[in-house]
Design a protein around this ligand. Structure first.
Ligand code: HEC
Length: 151
């Protein structure tokens, strides 16, 4: 009688422990989960763009866009309206023109390879570095075309 009770008790104890174990799992893994994504904004875009620029563009255009093996993308004379006479066969009137051209031609060894979102991030970084403020909303292809660089 006594034996039966004890084993019944230990059975329900181990059932209890088994049923507790899975409850611990999700609690632990959610602590290590990635935080919620940053709210979309021009500022967040420009921050991501700075990192992408460093990775994919800085080797030719300079660490801060000051130019080097390639034209400056930041500074007084950056992003001039006139076509370069080289590969750049279009005028840059709006930030949208810059977006379309760089997506089609940059980086030279893998044009278009970064995807639209990354080119927009880099464009946001470049505008911000040139003190051009298109407002708090993230840039997209349409809103970039509204940002006039050369009236
Ligand atoms: C291997 C070197 C190299 C890399 C890497 C590179 N570029 Fe360029 N880029 C050039 C050269 C060279 C030109 C000039 C092309 C011409 O006018 O013929 C240029 C031109 C440009 C222009 C036009 C500038 C102007 O004033 O006409 C933009 C915008 C641009 N690049 C953006 C980018 C972006 C964004 C990246 C990174 C995703 C990038 N480039 C990566 C070499 C590079």
């Amino acid at each position: 009688m006594g034996m039966t009770r004890t084993s019944a008790l230990s059975t329900s104890l181990s059932l209890l422990l088994l049923s507790l174990a899975p409850a611990c799992g999700p609690a632990k893994s959610s602590a290590g989960a990635t935080p919620p994504a940053e709210a979309p904004s021009f500022a967040a875009q420009a921050r991501r763009g700075q990192a992408l620029y460093g990775e994919h563009c800085a080797s030719c255009h300079g660490a801060s866009g000051e130019g080097g093996r390639a034209p400056a993308l930041v500074g007084e004379s950056a992003l001039p309206q006139a076509a370069s006479g080289g590969q750049r066969d279009v005028e840059f009137r709006t930030a949208g023109d810059v977006f379309q051209w760089m997506k089609a031609h940059m980086p030279p060894n893998a044009p278009g390879s970064l995807g639209d979102a990354a080119y927009l991030d880099i464009l946001a970084f470049d505008l911000q570095a040139n003190n051009i403020d298109p407002g708090p909303a993230p840039l997209d292809a349409d809103s970039a075309a509204q940002v006039v660089l050369h009236p």
